[in-house]
Design a protein around this ligand. Structure first.
Ligand code: ATP
Ligand code: MG
Length: 460
């Protein structure tokens, strides 16, 4: 299963392949042992042209910087540098040892080491392969190639100890098993089950980044199922884990309970669905766990707003930036509005159809249906047609050329009524076609600002 000649040729012909070759060549010529490593080697062995090529080297970051003066030492984790070439940049990491005590929390404590030590600190065998684009040699100290052939996800070293050193490796193992359509090595699986509670010590930020990668990977449903089965999800996202066993009205949801519905939605993700849409879809029904009642049929009254509240709590825990959290929760809160749009008057319609987050709301409507059996898209199609008709007859108003912040910065004034008035005046000038660029808006604003200073001085 070695890297096939045609994948080598095709990869080296891509711009990133050419550039990553050049970097290895230059470092090798200067006497430093340098290799492609990790995901790119895994991809090439699988017969895929890698998108990102990471490089590992015996050169210290300062030494890399001497050869590549444009290298940025602050744009990469400690012990790595980022080399910008053409439109991309490459992460070049100095061989290092495992940081046994860090649990990913003290990335500043880096101990440089040999290539062998560098391989030992990596998470799973299929991620610890090195390929040299010049000699074409494969350095594969843990038989990653054999594991890849069997699609085995196997921790390097003692799995329990490696998880204790960095618990994020549990989530990574789950993601790679989903991505590679793989299976766990028995000892890896046992360690994941036993160490599951350690997920609680991870920082919100690292958990969020990994959750986002999982939702963007080819089979998020598989990853979520594994997290549940391993007892990780209950500690990581209890509001989602509780969806299992919450029944839905049988007539409308042949797919099963709330958890089954959520998984079916994640199976319907397409390349068009951005990460915020995916997160909103993931949490959109978690409020059903708190609102279940059996009336004339199973009902979940007000579940959309409860789901939004629970999602807000989960996303805060995950240190989601506020603006994105607001957007995701707004979409969740309004996901039950599908029936209301066509009967609205134009003013109400304009509120929704011009809303900057409406596209994500529409995507969640679509996903909600796609995750339901039987799926009925008729109401969704009505909304899209109505929106299109509305936008054709009421073109979207242009975006203001300047923001309040631009005005405050340029004039050095604090927030307040004056900024609002200035925004309004400039926007009216823009609608009348008197100004069309940011530069013209700034010039007009300076004129207005000068009037203001004059009158203030006259008044003084
Ligand atoms: P992809 O980018 O396709 O998700 P990748 O293998 O390149 O996969 P990255 O997260 O980019 O994964 O990490 C690059 C490499 O760094 C991995 O292949 C692995 O060898 C190593 N690595 C990353 N995170 C860890 C970790 N927490 N513990 C040990 N090794 C890690
Ligand atoms: Mg990578």
């Amino acid at each position: 299963m070695s890297v096939s000649q045609h994948i080598i040729d095709d990869t080296l012909r891509t711009p990133q392949g050419e550039d990553a070759y050049t970097i290895v060549e230059k470092l090798t010529d200067a006497g430093f042992d340098t290799w492609w490593v990790g995901g790119c080697v895994r991809d090439m062995l699988l017969g895929r042209i890698p998108e990102d090529i990471d490089i590992a080297t015996g050169a210290l970051p300062e030494e890399v910087k001497v050869l590549f003066p444009k290298a940025d030492m602050t744009a990469a984790p400690v012990g790595s540098v980022r080399i910008p070439l053409r439109k991309r940049s490459f992460e070049v990491t100095t061989f290092r040892e495992d940081d046994a005590a860090s649990n990913g929390r003290h990335p500043e404590a880096v101990v440089f080491g040999t290539r062998e030590q560098d391989a030992k600190r990596r998470d799973i065998t299929v991620n610890a392969m090195y390929w040299n684009p010049i000699s074409r040699a494969l350095f594969d100290p843990f038989d990653g190639e054999a594991d890849l052939k069997e699609r085995l996800i196997r921790f390097i070293g003692d799995p329990a100890i490696r998880i204790k050193h960095d618990a994020l490796r549990m989530l990574r193992a789950v993601r790679f098993r989903a991505t590679l359509h793989g299976q766990y090595h028995p000892e890896t699986y046992r360690a994941l089950q036993e160490q599951a509670p350690l997920v609680e010590i991870l920082s919100g930020q690292r958990l969020r980044e990994e959750l986002e990668k999982m939702l963007l990977c080819p089979h998020p449903d598989r990853a979520l199922e594994d997290l549940w089965e391993l007892g990780i999800l209950q500690r990581f996202l209890p509001e989602l884990a509780e969806c299992k066993g919450i029944p839905q009205p049988a007539d409308y949801h042949h797919e099963g309970d709330v958890w089954d519905h959520t998984l079916m939605i994640t199976r319907a993700f397409t390349a068009e669905h951005g990460i915020d849409t995916r997160l909103a879809a993931l949490f959109h029904d978690c409020g059903k766990t708190k609102t279940f009642s059996l009336k004339e049929r199973i009902r979940f009254d007000h579940h959309a707003s409860i789901s939004a509240e629970l999602a807000a709590q989960a996303l805060s825990r995950l240190q989601m930036p506020q603006r994105r959290r607001e957007k995701i929760c707004w979409v969740i809160e309004h996901h039950m509005m599908m029936g209301s749009f066509a009967s609205m008057n134009d003013e109400r319609k304009s509120h929704w159809y011009y809303h900057p987050w409406f596209p994500e709301l529409l995507q969640v409507f679509w996903l909600d249906i796609a995750g339901t059996d039987p799926a009925d898209f008729s109401l969704y199609e009505e909304i899209v047609a109505d929106e299109q008709h509305f936008l054709d007859s009421h073109p979207r108003p242009p975006k203001p050329l300047l923001t309040g912040e631009d005005i405050m910065d340029a004039l050095g004034i604090p927030p307040g009524e004056e900024v609002g008035k200035m925004l309004q005046t400039l926007y009216e000038a823009q609608i009348r076609g008197e100004i069309a660029t940011k530069k013209e808006a700034l010039a007009r604003m300076k004129g207005l600002g000068a009037d203001r200073t004059d009158s203030a001085q006259r008044g003084a």
